[in-house]
Design a protein around this ligand. Structure first.
Ligand SMILES: *Cc1c(COP(=O)(O)O)cnc(C)c1O
Length: 426
């Protein structure tokens, strides 16, 4: 304990690893093995990334100790001078980066941000229109096992069967028929762009709040690689740990007229004290996102996703909606004679981490599925490019069709990953 209070280095994560190792070797060893896992396997989960050492430093800092219920300058606890500065800097950076009128950095997660959005604009029993789960919507968009489906009347829209793109005519018809309080756009497995101007028009016609759940693609917006929903939406909620590459957490942007409702909904509405180490880490991430390097990253993520989807098609698979305009692709694997579950398991055995995923109008159950979802945020952070995407497609194809070669393939996977080191030692 004696060394912890004194050294400046102990305000940060890295230097305190030795303390952890001495005090709790069991957990320290797990941290080390996880780092090795991230280094030696291919991380293709579309919602994951490798956040920066600077973000990890803020996350592992003594700001974790501080209670700060309330907002900067209006706290319910003393001693908030330092954390107030961090949160204020973060809010200003978020507003500037996204051109938003209001920002709240306190949501603990994407789901927490969404609970706050429901609470700010609706009452239990109200009707909300959101993307259907089997077509890519999130659990918090009305799943029967989630608060959203239990407490609200959630109607769903989906994609057209012929082109697997959002059916805006159906969306308009449903909006006029059900008169929802709020319309949600955004998904977890939709590879195409959303036309926010059309959604705004539909919301205006139906008198609905326009809510965009941008969890997946907000990083591409931050990097100016795709159009932003911020000018159109009343409220935009998102996670900070996906393409955005910040700490695990959530954030909400809104028009100024909704600022008080959003802030009250987070605290005291559904959270207590914010996790100030995470709030500071969000500020660090937002500074990174404003750089030309990050903008280049966001564009490369999309180029890589398009190259990966095209290469998987060359390997005999089918890309849902013909490809991707974002960081992820949804791949129908049935032509290789496997289900999504089998493809997921066989890739896992070969050191390739991805997830099974329903495809639109999937004839198989959500626990089996006909597809896989692949994303390029992590491999792009590692520095891989289109040449490596071709190699990855070939590795995926061999892992699926030659499960008996899993060991040999995983050695090739490790070799590829070691050429693009994650968190290099120096
Ligand atoms: C990831 C995601 C969420 C949930 O985020 P958590 O931080 O896991 O709670 C919500 N909505 C969408 C669209 C997502 O992709």
């Amino acid at each position: 304990m004696s060394s912890i209070a004194s050294s400046k280095a102990h305000a940060y994560y890295g230097a305190s690893y030795a303390d952890l190792e001495a005090q709790d070797p069991e957990i320290a060893a797990i941290l080390q093995s996880e780092l090795e896992r991230e280094r030696h396997g291919l991380q293709l989960i579309a919602s994951e990334n490798f956040t920066s050492p600077a973000v990890l430093a803020a996350l592992g800092s003594t700001l974790s100790n501080k209670y700060a219920e309330g907002y900067p300058g209006k706290r319910y606890y003393g001693g908030c001078e330092e954390v107030d500065k961090a949160e204020t800097i973060g809010i200003e950076r978020a507003k500037k980066l996204f051109g938003a009128e209001h920002a709240n950095l306190q949501p603990h997660s994407g789901a927490s941000a969404n609970i706050a959005v429901y609470q700010a604009f609706t009452k239990p029993g109200d009707t909300v229109l959101a993307m259907s789960l089997p077509h890519g919507g999130h659990l918090t968009h009305g799943s029967k096992v989630n608060f959203s489906g239990k407490w609200f009347n959630v109607e769903s829209y989906g994609v057209r069967e012929d082109n697997e793109l959002i059916d805006y005519d159906e969306l308009r018809d449903l909006a006029i028929k059900h008169k929802p309080k709020m319309i949600c756009s955004g998904a977890t497995a939709y590879p195409s762009l959303i036309d926010f101007k059309v959604v705004r028009d539909i919301c205006d016609e139906a008198g609905a709040i326009m809510w965009v759940d941008a969890a997946h693609f907000i990083g591409l917006v931050a990097g100016k690689a795709i159009p932003s929903p911020v000018p159109y939406a009343d409220v935009v909620s998102f996670t900070t740990h996906k393409v955005l590459r910040g700490p695990r957490g959530g954030m909400i942007l809104s028009k100024a007229e909704h600022a008080a409702a959003i802030d009250k909904s987070i605290f005291p509405g559904m959270q207590g004290g914010p996790i100030m180490s995470a709030v500071a880490a969000k500020a660090v991430n937002l500074k990174e996102c404003a750089t030309p390097e990050y903008q280049n990253y966001a564009k490369t993520v999309i180029i890589n996703a398009q190259a990966l989807a095209a290469a998987l098609v060359d390997e005999g698979m089918r890309a849902v909606s013909g490809g991707t305009q974002t960081h992820l692709a949804l791949i129908d694997v049935r032509a290789l004679g496997v289900t999504g579950k089998e493809a997921d398991e066989r890739c896992g055995a070969a050191g390739i981490t991805l997830n099974k995923n329903s495809i639109p109008y999937d004839p198989l159950a959500p626990s089996i599925t006909s597809g896989i979802r692949v994303g390029t945020p992590s491999v792009t952070t590692q520095g891989m490019g289109t040449k490596e995407m071709k190699s990855i497609a070939s590795l995926i194809s061999r892992a699926i069709t030659k499960p008996e070669s899993a060991k040999a393939i995983s050695a090739e996977v490790a070799q590829l990953c070691e050429a693009f080191p994650v968190y290099p030692e120096n």
